[in-house]
Ligand binder design. Structure first.
Ligand SMILES: *Cc1c(COP(=O)(O)O)cnc(C)c1O
Length: 394
């Protein structure tokens, strides 16, 4: 394809990055191969020297995975990308590839559980220290900076309370500190939020979530400018081997074709569900980045093209009410996953965030009555009726 960069996202996500084989297949080919053969010894030599383009080994790059990476670059407006086996492989690579012993990180404290483990438990073993801040408090980011601060790290909206961090403002502080801002953009999706345009340096995804969107394969991707990838990620990625399987790349690339349709529908339904819940007496608070009563509504409007596919809400009746509600649902299923075509709900205090201390949970406002819902692509009215029925079971 020529000029795909000028096309709009919905078109890029169907046609972008295609590398057709000699058979002229319509659907992208799945190159399930570990290695590649060369026409001659000289050709192998030239390929290894980088004098001739082409693939060497699928731990480095693979034609199917390459199509997925190129399509993601177009969507994100990034120069380069590496696809990984999971979202955690992406986040870990994005952080560790650019850090060394003696470096310092400033991180928002509201993080996906495993991301928090990497920053809080793993990195100190390698001599990398982190200061956790309330991501919403810009002065806290500024105060936490030290002469050896190399990376800022955040997610927005956060899991599970959908707090929103002002990405452009934090990116400016990172620039002033000479640090790189890494954003985990899973909850916002690449359709609703573009961290690189807001000034972030590196974006990481779990492609397991909305990018697959149908609950099948794990995957992840790291995107940035070419210089950063060449300097930091290129060798780390080749030699530590976190790369995505070509099979998963193929599934996830087909997922990208329908990403705008799914996220559009899920976001519209999430907005309707949030409005429905806000009027119910059983519900103490609804947190939805698309509503005017969200604590950072102004920032949401500035940096997000929609309110997201996630809704968090807290019951007046605590854990007991939350459990009764979840158990009474018939369409919406209990699962800690998100971004799926199927609507899913989880009780963070006893599942995704059970490993945090009571104090850390209180700091993040994860109460016993809080549930987090990932809205799927079912008919919105059926979802609302399911919620309405379950509310009467409390
Ligand atoms: C799921 C998730 C991850 C980890 O992704 P995996 O694909 O499960 O490894 C990281 N960050 C956020 C915000 C997530 O939701």
């Amino acid at each position: 394809m020529t000029n795909t960069r000028k096309l709009r996202p919905a078109t890029q996500l169907v046609h972008g990055g295609i590398n057709r084989s000699q058979f002229g297949e319509t659907s992208e080919a799945l190159f399930l191969t570990q290695g590649f053969v060369y026409d001659s010894s000289e050709a192998a030599e030239a390929r290894f020297k980088g004098e001739e383009p082409g693939f060497i080994y699928s731990r480095y790059a693979n034609p199917t995975t390459d199509m997925f990476e190129k399509r993601m670059c177009m969507l994100e407006g990034a120069e380069d990308a590496r696809a990984t086996a999971s979202g955690m492989a992406a986040v870990t690579a994005a952080l560790l590839c650019q850090l060394k012993a003696g470096d310092h990180v400033v991180s928002a404290r509201a993080l996906f559980g495993s991301c928090r483990w990497v920053v809080e438990q793993l990195m100190p073993k390698y001599g990398i220290e982190t200061t956790f801040v309330d991501g919403r408090d810009l002065s806290a980011w500024e105060k936490a900076v030290r002469p050896n601060t190399k990376v800022f790290f955040l997610e927005s909206p956060t899991n599970p309370t959908l707090e929103v961090v002002d990405i452009a403002a934090v990116a400016r502080l990172a620039d002033q500190a000479g640090a790189k801002l890494v954003v985990d953009n899973v909850f916002a999706t690449p359709i609703l939020q573009k961290p690189l345009e807001l000034g972030a340096h590196v974006v990481a995804y779990s492609a397991t979530k909305h990018i697959d969107g149908q609950g099948r394969c794990l995957g992840g991707v790291v995107l940035s400018d070419k210089d950063w990838i060449d300097e930091h990620l290129h060798d780390y990625f080749r030699h530590t081997g976190p790369g995505m399987s070509p099979f998963n790349a193929w599934v996830l690339m087909k997922g990208l074709e329908t990403l705008p349709l799914r996220v559009g529908q899920q976001t519209a339904s999430a907005g309707k569900i949030a409005d429905f819940l806000a009027d119910r007496a059983e519900v103490a608070r609804v947190i939805y980045p698309g509503r005017d009563d969200h604590p950072q509504a102004d920032i949401c409007k500035k940096q997000m093209a929609g309110g997201s596919t996630m809704v968090a809400f807290e019951f007046n009746g605590g854990k007991d009410a939350a459990f009764r509600f979840q158990n009474a649902l018939e369409i919406i299923r209990i699962s800690n996953n998100l971004g799926d075509a199927k609507s899913l709900i989880t009780h963070p205090a006893t599942t995704t965030h059970k490993n945090l201390t009571d104090e850390a949970r209180a700091e993040l406002s994860i109460g016993d009555g809080l549930v987090r819902m990932s809205v799927g692509i079912e008919d919105a009215q059926d979802l609302i009726e399911d919620i309405d029925n379950a509310l009467s079971a409390i």
